[in-house]
Design a protein around this ligand. Sequence first.
Ligand code: ZN
Ligand code: MN
Length: 472
Amino acid sequence: MAELEVVVGLEIHAQISTKTKMFCRCDNDSWDKVANVNVCPVCMGFPGQLPVLNEEALRKGIVAALALNCEIREFSKFDRKNYFYPDSPKGFQISQFDEPLSENGELEIGGKKIRITRLHLEDDAGKLTHVRDGSLVDFNRAGTPLMEIVSEPDIRSADEAEEYARVVQQILRYVGASEADMEKGMMRFDASVSIREKGSKTLNARGEIKNLNSFRALNKAIEAEVERQTVLWDAGNPQEEDFTIGWNDEKQEVYVMRSKEGSSDYRYFPEPDIPPVVLTKKEIEKLRSEIPELPAVRRERFVSEYKLSDGDARLLTVDRALADYYEKVVRICGDARLANSFVTTILMKHLKEELIDVGEQKVTAEMMGELLKLVVSGEISNNVAKGEVFEEMYESGKSAGEIVKKKGLKQISDTSELEAVCKKAIEANPQAVEDFKNGKDRAIGSIVGMVMKETKGQANPAKASEIVRKML
Ligand code: ZN
Ligand code: MN
């Protein structure tokens, strides 16, 4: 039997980070609000109300599109996408049909290009909750500003789809276009899945899996849909019509919902209440110049500039605030490798345990930089810094200098002071002394170990080792 190949295209809906909704002045934060309090006549679609395009949403949409390497159209417009469903108070969605904000982007995922068809703007619908004797509707989300990012069917596996979605999320966060917090429904995926003989160019009938709201669900749902279609294919009865597919997260199963609606079902027509968006080249270039260094570029720079491994550079650049933090620490203490080891191991361990971001804890980049300066200058040892000092800084928010002073943690580099302790350690370890004299160089480690123990880690280990050698 011929080998099969998976073909996936993704639509990503991301909530744009703005103060207000897309076309009215309602708060663009409905998270955790009582139902139907965050609404007004505009987003409720009352007759005679006029929507006004949110300029901040437009600007952030352009920035996101540019960061995804899209071309911005100098002329774009909004259209009505008509459908009748209780979650839509207007009876239509305001979206962009044939003249979207941007087109022809691409992203590189693991050395492979995934083409991006378009990024356009639209508003979100309300939320239905189905209960035993009916359905409840909450319009708080109605009118939330969204960008829809559509990829070409260039993705070849569930894992590749997940990787692409993660990179998009990272980029949207870097440029501040969306918080893309999946827990809060700020980012959702629709995946179009089909299969074909490997090497074939045809696009077969697809299943469009709707409304996936986690990376895991995206990955698992694609796998399940591929499996569903493969069973049909193997039975000599391949799917011949496009279907809309649902995902049951509890059962980890896909199910066929309905045959897919085509664009003609929506009776698109130009939105009469919103003027077209007309941009000049200059305006577009100005926004392009405001885009920060993007994660992939920054990662490469971290490897070349700070001599970090690709893995560490990846860890540090996942989050823009963390990458900024790291660079600030390096600037203060001057030691990129030391900063890397403290940020990626000690600090990130705490962040992971508590599921918080770097900005949500007490040790600022300045404080971390000052701590590492003490290590670089030899005032405290690496171990003391990593252990006692950092832990107390993290707990109390006190500065490294204050803690070192209060606890008397200064590293002992003073020769006469060290000599006394070394002498004691040598006397207490006759076996190690004999081993050393018989040529076992490593035996010196147990003597220095005792010196460290006696001084509660405050001895300068290099200096102690040097003294012990001299004495022997
Ligand atoms: Zn409103
Ligand atoms: Mn959409």
